[in-house]
Write a protein that binds this ligand. Sequence first.
Ligand SMILES: NC(=O)c1ccc[n+]([C@@H]2O[C@H](COP(=O)([O-])OP(=O)(O)OC[C@H]3O[C@@H](n4cnc5c(N)ncnc54)[C@H](O)[C@@H]3O)[C@@H](O)[C@H]2O)c1
Length: 342
Amino acid sequence: MTVFASEMMGGYAGERVLVTGGAGFVGSHLCDRLLALGSRVDVLDDLSTGSAANIPLGIGRFIERDVSASDPLPDYDVIFHLACPASPPRYQADPVATFRTAVFGTVRMLEEAWRTGARILIASTSEIYGDPQEHPQKESYWGHVNPIGLRSCYDEGKRAAETVATDYRRKYGIDLRMVRIFNTYGPRMDPFDGRVVSNFIRQGLLGLPLTLYGDGSQTRSFCFVSDLVEGILRLGALPDEPGREAPVNLGNPGEFTIGELADIVEEVLGSSLGRVNHPLPSDDPRRRRPDIARAEHLLGWSPQVPLRQGIALTVENFRGRPEELLSDRNPSSAPRQGAPSR
Ligand SMILES: NC(=O)c1ccc[n+]([C@@H]2O[C@H](COP(=O)([O-])OP(=O)(O)OC[C@H]3O[C@@H](n4cnc5c(N)ncnc54)[C@H](O)[C@@H]3O)[C@@H](O)[C@H]2O)c1
């Protein structure tokens, strides 16, 4: 049996925890682990990109509402703030709502952390590095982001969220943690979220050719969701100390071209699929790879699940949801043939 360091630290047992975005892909896995660690978990989610089916049995309250709403909340010991659409077709469907969620939703949760003294962990993103001119990306890199592009509602929204969170720490001394999450995949991904892993697996299972944007030579790193959640839990369990608020990259440093990913999906499915090439979307980064030295040093963390194994686990999960492969539960916000190579 794997012994996770977060368990050895004994964190979370009996703590009252709020997970915003807990009906989403990452949030639902985080809830599972928190429940297993003995936390009392509530979920706040508006189900805009998540699904009630993802919410684990065993949580306390499900609070269905916009994360920015000012309605009162119970007191918590810990807040994991993940609520925000995360894939380009989803966040671009209503860019103003995305920016509001990223910024006002974060401010709302920071207010709550300040009011109650809860420690708060905020999910930021590798998107804050934009189309990076440094490779791999260290936390000290300030990024290369277009402030007025199609992705800016998300990229700049998350950058502003980091800014305001850091200022709450400076001004009010809240107990803050921030993770910059790089591409994560795994069971319970939305098959129509437009990310490259879900696109390929959905298309492959339906026997369709795989859609490649550009020539498929752009690279990405892919982190399996259990690895990500372990890193989040370890960071959230550390005692508060000066500097703890600085963002930590969490992702898998293994770098693959999109073409290589297509080959792996094909291999796992055991079928030969064609390829269809589409033009690269605007502001699509050419390369993305985390420098995880800070996470390794601070948390003793590094990803454990190899890509091929993670893809096989994800394929198995997708096979168990055949009806979801055929229809998008969020049709207004995602193109059928998927989108950028996230
Ligand atoms: N999955 C990744 O690869 C990745 C990469 C970088 C960052 N992140 C961050 O991790 C977090 C979770 O991402 P995910 O992949 O699980 O996405 P997801 O879309 O599956 O989950 C997001 C959840 O937030 C909820 N939500 C969205 N807007 C809301 C609002 N205004 N009020 C209340 N709930 C709202 C959705 O209904 C959904 O359940 C996000 O903050 C995202 O930016 C994820």
